[in-house]
Design a protein around this ligand. Structure first.
Ligand code: CMC
Length: 431
């Protein structure tokens, strides 16, 4: 959709008429693609603060109002009425599936959940104390050495098989990562269980005795996965798009996304929140922690607070906060002192002038770690859980990009501030 233009007078005096493109929602976007050709200048926007890197129909966020839509459906409605695999179908195919479509998708995911035995042997190369995200990045990248029958990215059916395979195999690999770090045997997937119940089985069952998946735990996990499934052009999704734009093997592109997600400013925040709560330790230390977060020289930030896009309460955090008490209660952990501490910390921060002025609110990771811990997920596995859920979004975006006939390799420009051209000096005469 294109209806308006913006006039820009360049440094040489020439005037460009730049198209102002209107999406279906959100601010208009100035199309600057012809700027360099017309005016010989680039634009500068480190961190993509005002730059749309692509056009997309998948997810919409209104950060000022705290709105999140997957394919137009509000996250609150999906959280209440849908399930992770149904949402995966929605994100991948664009529409809510009919019952036969969802059954077919679920069955396909179930039947692709095993990984080649050779992949499991890779784990023996990792020390037991390797960070799970290091192992995840490596083993998911190593999937690119398999499945050559279905990685022609220009073939729509190949792309679909890839999408189903990666969504199906991520829990198996994530569970294998955990089992390797605990020295326990890998558990094979069980096709009689749902996606999240099967994941819990692979994480926690042992061959020596039967394991009964707690339906409350499986449901809570499903909700967390649904809420983390996509978040438009976040850092890891943009990484997957950029890596994928070169036409690389899709498993390698997803591994790049996992590597990006690991950082504490992104998916590593859920782990960082629990570390922070442990360090704060008690309600009486909250004031000190808040003061430290406000002190730029301390290098400390309130983890789980603030967001590039949300300048309001993250709607996902609102849902997790509301279900946190209920889930913990049902799992017999209703008196979790870290939940009490987190709620007090939130209350105090939200009344603080610094957080009000900078519009810093709890984000999705502020409460998710508390539920994950109640499900028995150890601290160092938390970002892996995020990766399993976000794989759906990564794949949906990769698909959307590759299927676009106008796709170009992503190749940003730069503002060069280094040395100007100079002549080489032989080592003997250098000072
Ligand atoms: N604690 C204290 N001050 C903060 C915080 C925080 N958590 N977040 C931002 N600020 C301040 C920051 O110092 C800056 O102040 P000033 O304008 O005076 O320089 C201002 O708020 C804006 O921050 P920014 O770093 O310029 O904002 P950004 O959009 O680049 O960063 C963020 C967003 C999420 C990286 C940042 O808010 C942050 O580091 N939060 C803590 C980490 C976290 O919870 N990350 C999870 C994000 S949600 C899950 C996901 O998408 O992965």
């Amino acid at each position: 959709m294109q209806n308006k233009t913006c006039k820009l007078s360049g440094p040489g005096g020439a005037v460009s008429e730049l198209p102002l493109r209107e999406g279906t929602l959100g601010p208009a976007t100035l199309d600057i693609a012809a700027l360099y050709k017309d005016q010989g200048i680039f634009t500068f926007d480190p961190g993509f603060v005002s730059t749309a890197s692509c056009e997309s129909k998948i997810t919409y966020i209104d950060g000022e109002r705290g709105v999140l839509l997957y394919r137009g459906y509000p996250i609150e409605q999906l959280a209440e009425k849908s399930s992770f695999l149904e949402v995966a179908c929605l994100l991948l195919y664009g529409e809510l599936p009919t019952k036969p479509q969802l059954d077919g998708f679920t069955d396909s995911i179930r039947r692709h959940s095993m990984v080649n035995e050779a992949v499991l042997r890779f784990f023996s190369g990792f020390h037991y104390d390797a960070h799970p995200m290091a192992m995840m990045t490596a083993v998911v990248g190593s999937l690119s050495a398999f499945y050559h029958d279905s990685t022609d990215i220009h073939n729509a059916r190949h792309r679909e098989i890839f999408a189903h395979r990666i969504i199906a195999k991520l829990p198996t690999l994530a569970a294998a990562v955990y089992r390797h770090s605990t020295g326990q045997p890998f558990m094979y997937p069980r096709n009689d269980l749902g996606y999240c119940a099967n994941f819990l089985h692979m994480l926690f069952a042992v061959p020596a005795e039967p394991y009964h998946v707690n339906p409350v735990a499986a449901k809570a996990l499903d909700l967390l996965f649904l809420l983390h499934a996509d978040h438009e052009q976040n850092a890891s999704t943009s990484t997957v798009r950029l890596a994928g734009s070169s036409g690389t093997n899709p498993y390698a592109a997803i591994a790049a996304g996992i590597a990006c997600l690991w950082g504490p400013a992104h998916g590593g925040a859920n782990e960082a929140v629990l570390n922070m709560l442990r360090e704060i330790g008690d309600v009486k230390n909250i004031a000190k922690a808040i003061a430290k977060a406000k002190d730029k020289d301390s290098g400390f930030r309130l983890m789980g607070f603030g967001h590039r896009v949300y300048k309001n309460y993250d709607p996902r955090a609102k849902i997790i906060r509301a279900t946190c008490h209920e889930v913990l209660e049902k799992l017999g952990r209703g008196d979790d002192p870290q939940l009490e501490l987190a709620m007090r910390l939130e209350e105090i921060a939200l009344k603080d002038e610094y957080f009000i002025e900078k519009k810093l609110y709890p984000n999705v990771d502020f409460y998710s770690g508390i539920i994950y811990r109640a499900l028995g997920i150890p601290l160092h596995m938390m970002t892996v859980m995020f990766a399993v859920a976000r794989t759906v979004g990564w794949v949906a975006h990769w698909q959307e990009m590759i299927a676009d006939p106008h796709m170009k390799i992503g190749r940003p420009r730069q503002l060069y501030t280094g040395a100007t051209q100079r002549d080489f000096v032989v080592i003997e005469t250098r000072k």
